[in-house]
Design a protein around this ligand. Sequence first.
Ligand code: ADP
Ligand code: ZN
Ligand code: ZN
Length: 697
Amino acid sequence: MVNEPSDLPAPELRKAEWVRVVLDVPLPGPFDYKCDFPVETGMRVIVPFGRRKMIGMVVELPELPAYDPSLIKSVELVLTDIAPLPDHWLRFARFAADYYQRPLGEVVLPALPLSLRSVTAYQGKRSAGGPVARLDQRRAPVLKASAVSAVPELNAAQQLAVDLIIAAEGFKTFLLYGVTGSGKTEVYLHAAAQALARGKRVLMLVPEINLTPQFEQALRARLEPVAGIGGVAVLHSGLSDGERLRAWLRVQRGEARVVLGTRLAIFAPMQDVGLIVVDEEHDPSYKQQDGLRYSARDLAVWRGHDLGVPVVLGSATPSLESWVRAERGQYQRLSLPARARAVSLPTVRLVDTRRLKMDHGMSPHLLTAMRERLENKEQVLIFLNRRGYAPALHCASCGWVSQCPRCTTFTVLHRTTPGRHQLHCHHCGYQQRVPHACPDCGDQDLQPMGRGTQRIEEHLGELFPESRIARIDADSTRKKGSAQALFASVHAGEIDILVGTQMVAKGHDFANLGLVGVLNADAMLFSQDFRAPERLFAQLMQVAGRAGRHTGHGEVIVQTGYPEQPVYQALLKHDYSGFAKHSMQERESAMLPPFSHQALLSAEARDLNIAIAFLQSAKDTAMAIMEQQLSTEMITLYDPVPLRIVRVDNMCRAQLLIEATHRPAIQSLLRHWLAEINTLPESRKVRWQLEVDPLEI
Ligand code: ADP
Ligand code: ZN
Ligand code: ZN
């Protein structure tokens, strides 16, 4: 049965002479074409571009083309397999392009499923109708109804939060600040059900879907009775092209009334949105790290504002950006101060490792606590944010350390099969056999240096031979579905000890997990990035929040050589707001974000000097623009500096930081600056990019 797009307004097709089209090419654009067919903005067209044919999107119907009409080529085909993308969607894409300083085509086209933007899908006899027609010829999948799960009665804090969200008329941003296990999900679900009952649609963003099928199940079970069977669409980067196309079309045709997705779902062409939720709003994965380097959280707030609907940002450890806005009253704070189940927060213990004899990186305190929990048939989680067997291989006689030939980093020792090891570079993927002897001095006694998850897993196997141990990290979960299978066996009680990286920290509601041990957290403490303590605190709070969620009496043991550090002291007391206050004072006195705004110009070249020279010319250009604009006092331009890991895959990397107290000042500079950078002769010798609101510096 072909889906009738009957609830969509029929576009008023105009027979246009000229169309302005955006394409996914690294050129400013847009590009004008002649068009002899009826066409509207938001429609896709096939156009010639150079010697190629490409799919582009019509963004404007100009009266006259921007250049000589006799040079202008014609649109070959107007694609009508889907309804035109609506104006509000184009407006959103335009904002994102403007704000992040990218050509509009690099926003619009990558936001579409692959087959809707690849010409080949529309060429040839068989595919003349394109992928949408082929899909519609197939029978609609029969979706099974999910069982309705029990709805807990909201506690007073949850009820108040839901009431305030529901009462919001038009745009308003809420910061749902709730400790781990406080039942934020219930708040989202109630507010979402309410929006659906009013005939509206709901967009819900989460950092990660693959790892937390629990969340998707709960959402389906609870909202499908309201949204209709199949009314929940899921969008994330782990979908195949076909799955993504199907989900996207259900959103675009208005069949999906709830969209659950990762950051890319912010670009879903949803209609009639009544609520936007961003769960774990502090999570760095909301930031796209290549191409259009957007923050889905920030875009969610803009979109809520543009559509006039409430936005709920939820977290136990909000980003300082959001916290400051709540403090200033720009966001309304909703607090869930206690765990929803009648259980207390876990006890946190700091174990000072400086004076202790450690057993393979684990303190006697941790091992004793593990033994007790395991005897009590509770599960234990050992958290170590370092995958592999050991961070490096090293020669005790001469000090040689395994190093990547293409990068300025160590190669990491990995166990490939039992008893066999290899050296891997985590930056460029370089792999190498383990040398039999030290390449420098010939000594055969090479030793692993430090510990990764594999080595801890191995050692725990010796210490606790009766226990069932599982390791969850990027290496153990490469195969599709393997992470879900591992988590399922943890939930089913088939695992006693879980060893994992940050992958295990996210969102899991483990019923029987009593103890969390944190190894080597200090590694993140002394990073040069000013956000490192904030990120460490959020990660520790999140992983700590896995302990004792159902039973209470949870315990968290953090091993550290620096127990007096504010981040650990705050963790001890579960004191996010104290930590936030301390961090805000630090940031304010140094005029760092959120008290200023930043942009980062980075460059890479085979020769570091070339990258630096480019950045230096770019800096000079920016100074000249600022002098013209008379805005020198509001913007600080730092000197170009090499990155800490300067060489990756034989490319040397450097960056130039720009900081301003006012966002408009920086935006106005960037606009002029980009055009100038493109004309610098040095710009052709490097790969460069500009990032607005960088998360990592
Ligand atoms: P958060 O996302 O804030 O960490 P969750 O939403 O995962 O917390 O909720 C933690 C646990 O508390 C879940 O098992 C959930 O089912 C339960 N829960 C949530 N709200 C209530 C409530 N009002 N009464 C009883 N249990 C609740
Ligand atoms: Zn040696
Ligand atoms: Zn490398």
